[in-house]
Structures are given as structure tokens and as C-alpha cells.
Write a protein that binds this ligand. Structure first.
Ligand code: ATP
Length: 257
């Protein structure tokens, strides 16, 4: 589903600030894979996501998504196939639009007709039915502005908006890091619920190593722009945070959160 080969990204090439952020990264995801990504600050995790999403152009290598070479596609042309949720709950939803308007914009991404003014009764019913899954009472608040929602509710809505258009790939960049523990737990539960739907692949960056081992089916560790660990199955089941710290000499306090 996602095939990354020798992906390389160099920031500020030829200057004193030159930084090799991705050093020939190889990563292959099967349909339905849910991969958690850990690594210390500056390891290249966000750069990897930004290169996949098209925020940054690659300086080398290739990215294939769902059989299509997207390496040189502009960001907006990848958006149909890629859903994203960032750390900041304020980033994913339009502040002054209602919950249903936000959902409508996200949903219209998959329609060839593009943005439709107004929301049909059928769509509204679908949104209500789906919002019920979030178990936050949002199905009864669809005409309220998104700005009235708590951080956790907004992030749940953002996650929902990212998957409603049925992307092939979902990119989560520390999407629970800014939430209080109970909201983070809820959003992670929803992530588990949505990940793998219709064979969608999920990549989730987290600094919480415990969460990295508990969610998804595979964990990778990045260091200096490379994937230095890639575990799944029994090997991952047997892995603990303590073993990870010992084996990879992880000394970054932020990763122990
Ligand atoms: N737009 C940019 N311009 C220049 N350098 C950048 C840019 N974005 C990232 N870098 C550098 O590339 C390296 C990788 O950064 P990246 O943000 O991918 O790390 P990360 O693993 O996501 O770290 P963190 O956990 O701190 O978010 C870092 O040295 C960073 O300073």
C-alpha cells in the first residue's frame, strides 16, 4: 500500500546549516498496517510524514501509495488519499464553522463535484450516525461552532474528518500530545477504532513509548534520519519500554512520558 524507497531529505543544502533529515529511508506498509513511530527529538519523524504528505519535496528516493508514484505530486493532489492529524487541536477544524460544516468539507474531498454549498439531509444523517461512534454527544451539537468544543472533542472531530473521506493513509503526528490524559486516552481509542478500516494504513508518531507498543501492529524507531528498529508480531509482543530503553540507549526524557 505504501512503498518508500531510499527517501532522502536535506534541509538547507550547501550551507552551514545543511541537515540530512532523512537518510535513505526504506519503509513498506501492507494494507491495514498501523505503524507507530518513536525516536528522539530531531530524528526525522515529522520530516518523514511531511515528505509523504508533500509538504516537503524529496531530495532522493521514491514514494508509492496505492500503486501510484506520488514522489513529485504537489500536496493538494495527494490530499485525497492522505488524511492528517497534527498535535495542535486548533489546527484541524475551521474555528467559526459548525461541526456539520466542518464534516461536510472533509467529506466533499472524495466527491468529484468538489465543494457543495449546503448539506443534504442524507449527509446530515450519515454525520449524525458516525458522530455517535465518538460517544461524546457531538451528534446532538452538529449546528454548534467548532470553537465551542474542548481540545479532546476537537481532536476527535479532526480525526473523524481525516478518515471520513476514506483515505488510503492516515498520518498522525503526536495527535494526542496536547490533550489531558483522559482525552488522550479517548482519542487513542478512536484511533484504534478507525485504523485499518477499509484497509487504510496508519502511521502514528508518539513520544509515549508505552502507547507506541500498545497501539497498532508494528513499531519503528527512527534515529538520525534512519529507521533503526522495525518490530512486529511476537518480537513486538515481547518488547517492553524498559527493553527499548536499554537496547537502544534511549536517554531522551521526553520519550518516557
Ligand atoms: N523546515 C526545516 N528547515 C530546516 N531544518 C529542518 C526543517 N524541518 C526539520 N528540520 C531539521 O531536520 C531534523 C529532523 O526534524 P524532524 O522535525 O523531522 O524531527 P522529529 O523526529 O519529528 O523531532 P521532534 O520529535 O522534535 O518533533 C532536525 O534536525 C530539524 O531541526
Amino acid at each position: 500500500m505504501l512503498e518508500i524507497t531510499n527517501l532522502t531529505k536535506i534541509f538547507s543544502p550547501g550551507t552551514v546549516n545543511e541537515k540530512l533529515a532523512l537518510n535513505k529511508v526504506n519503509l513498506s506498509l501492507k494494507k491495514g498496517d498501523f505503524v507507530t513511530i518513536i525516536g528522539s527529538n530531531g530524528a526525522g519523524k515529522s520530516t518523514l510524514m511531511n515528505c509523504i504528505a508533500g509538504v516537503h519535496g524529496a531530495d532522493g528516493g521514491k514514494i508509492l501509495l496505492d500503486g501510484q508514484d506520488i514522489t513529485r505530486l504537489p500536496e493538494h493532489r495527494r490530499a485525497k488519499k492522505i488524511g492528517r492529524v497534527f498535535q495542535d487541536p486548533l489546527k484541524g477544524t475551521a474555528f467559526d464553522m459548525t461541526i456539520e460544516e466542518n464534516l461536510s468539507i472533509a467529506y466533499n474531498k472524495i466527491r468529484s463535484r468538489g465543494f457543495q454549498p449546503g448539506i443534504s439531509k442524507k449527509d446530515r444523517e450519515l454525520f449524525r450516525e458516525k458522530l455517535r461512534l465518538l460517544d461524546m454527544g457531538l451528534e446532538d451539537r452538529m449546528k454548534e461552532k467548532a470553537r465551542l468544543l474542548s481540545g479532546g472533542q476537537r481532536q476527535a472531530l479532526t480525526l473523524f474528518m481525516a478518515v471520513i473521506a476514506r483515505p488510503k493513509l492516515l498520518l498522525l503526528d503526536e495527535h494526542t500530545a496536547a490533550l489531558d490524559p483522559s482525552a488522550a486516552k479517548k482519542v487513542l481509542e478512536l484511533t484504534d477504532l478507525f485504523a485499518g478500516e477499509d484497509g487504510m494504513c496508519t502511521l502514528m508518531i508518539t513520544h509515549n513509548m508505552k502507547a507506541a507498543l500498545e497501539h497498532g501492529n508494528r513499531t519503528i524507531l527512527m534515529r538520525d534520519g534512519q529507521v533503526v528498529m522495525d518490530i512486529t508480531g511476537a518480537e513486538r509482543d515481547a518488547m517492553t519500554v524498559e527493553k527499548l530503553i536499554e537496547k537502544f540507549e534511549i536517554d531522551n526524557d521526553r520519550m518516557l512520558l
